[in-house]
Ligand binder design. Structure first.
Ligand code: FO1
Length: 308
């Protein structure tokens, strides 16, 4: 069984390859819920949905999130009413949030709701929220004392302001989903997806017991760098790392993960860093990591599962 610590778009692309490289029932994605939030009274779980839509072939491939063949009638009508429309919820996507919110209000936990949704989308692997508890990634930006909701920073402000701090509210006191911890304890491999290390992976690592478990199982842990040639594959990972005083390169990624991951998969373009990665006590694995098509992602996954 292969457990994958997952954020949004980068993880979804990798998982799309992985489920073609192995028996998909052997794959367990443990998904960040720090980006989850309520808008218009609806419970929205962007990373869980991005992975579900991608694996079911129903993602909007241009945006990387939301659904393919989407229409925006609800947003257009909301705009006329003067409602908040900067966070765009398509008509098809809205159905997922309506369903999830109604089920949560009737007492169902997020893991149960996620199972119901992924079954409806005919997903063959297991997709787990990292926790059923409420956690919330908050971002502090320059010249503002208050902490912003992740989506306000990421979408409304287009991740443009300089970040001075990221907080993972609720993570310290949250409980890791039992099924997720069980998977990490017995997995043949634990893969850290090429997701934003600060915004997507760190919330998972901040849950009690996760880092300890990875430390214990370090020989089985393979991280894939989301940074290639000094830039994030997608999104602001490099920018935020630099703003928080970390090196925005595969070496910065090695520094974050070396304690509990034995292998670091880096792109061919970063081969020159192999020696320094080895010196930092990680095993560098040089591959083509830019997942331009699902077939490229499958090729990458096949190479990675061969490592252990
Ligand atoms: N990202 C955007 O850049 N703009 C949006 O309007 C937007 C809406 C949205 C709605 C549902 C959903 O599941 C995701 C959505 N995203 C949007 C993506 C999301 O903000 C981020 O990609 C993730 O939270 C980061 O992993």
């Amino acid at each position: 069984m292969i457990a994958v610590l997952s954020g949004g778009v980068g993880a979804a692309k990798f998982l799309q390859g992985l489920v073609k490289a192995v028996d998909e029932s052997e794959v367990v994605a443990i998904v960040n819920t720090g980006d989850d939030w309520y808008l218009h009274g609806l419970k929205i779980c962007p990373d869980l949905d991005t992975i579900t839509y991608t694996l079911s072939g129903q993602v909007n491939t241009e945006m990387g999130w939301g659904r393919a063949n989407e229409t925006w009638n609800a947003m257009e009508s909301l705009e006329i009413l003067g409602g908040e429309t900067w966070f765009r919820l398509g008509d098809r996507d809205l159905a997922t949030h309506l369903y999830r919110t109604q089920r949560a209000q009737s007492g169902a936990t997020l893991d149960v709701i996620t199972r119901e949704i992924t079954e409806a989308f005919s997903i063959g692997c297991t997709i787990l929220p990292m926790t059923n508890d409420t956690v919330s990634t908050k971002v502090q930006i320059e010249n503002r004392a208050d902490l912003l909701d992740f989506q306000e920073y990421f979408v409304k402000l287009r991740a443009e302001p300089r970040v001075s701090k990221v907080a993972y509210q609720g993570c310290e006191s949250a409980s890791v989903l039992k099924e997720a911890m069980d998977a990490l304890l017995i997995a043949d491999q634990i893969i850290i997806a090429p997701s934003n290390p600060i915004l997507s992976i760190e919330p998972i690592l901040s849950l009690p017991g996760i880092k300890e478990c990875l430390l214990e199982r370090r020989n089985k842990v393979i991280a894939i760098s989301p940074i290639v040639n000094g830039k994030a594959l997608k999104g602001p990972a490099g920018k935020i790392m630099a703003e928080l005083g970390q090196e925005a390169s595969v070496l910065g990624i090695a520094k974050r993960y070396r304690e509990f991951a034995k292998y670091l998969v880096i792109d061919n373009l970063d081969i020159e860093y192999s020696g320094e990665i080895r010196n930092s006590s990680m095993e560098p694995v040089v591959l083509g990591t830019v997942m331009t098509t699902p077939d490229v992602a499958t090729g990458l996954a096949k190479e990675i599962i061969r490592l252990i």
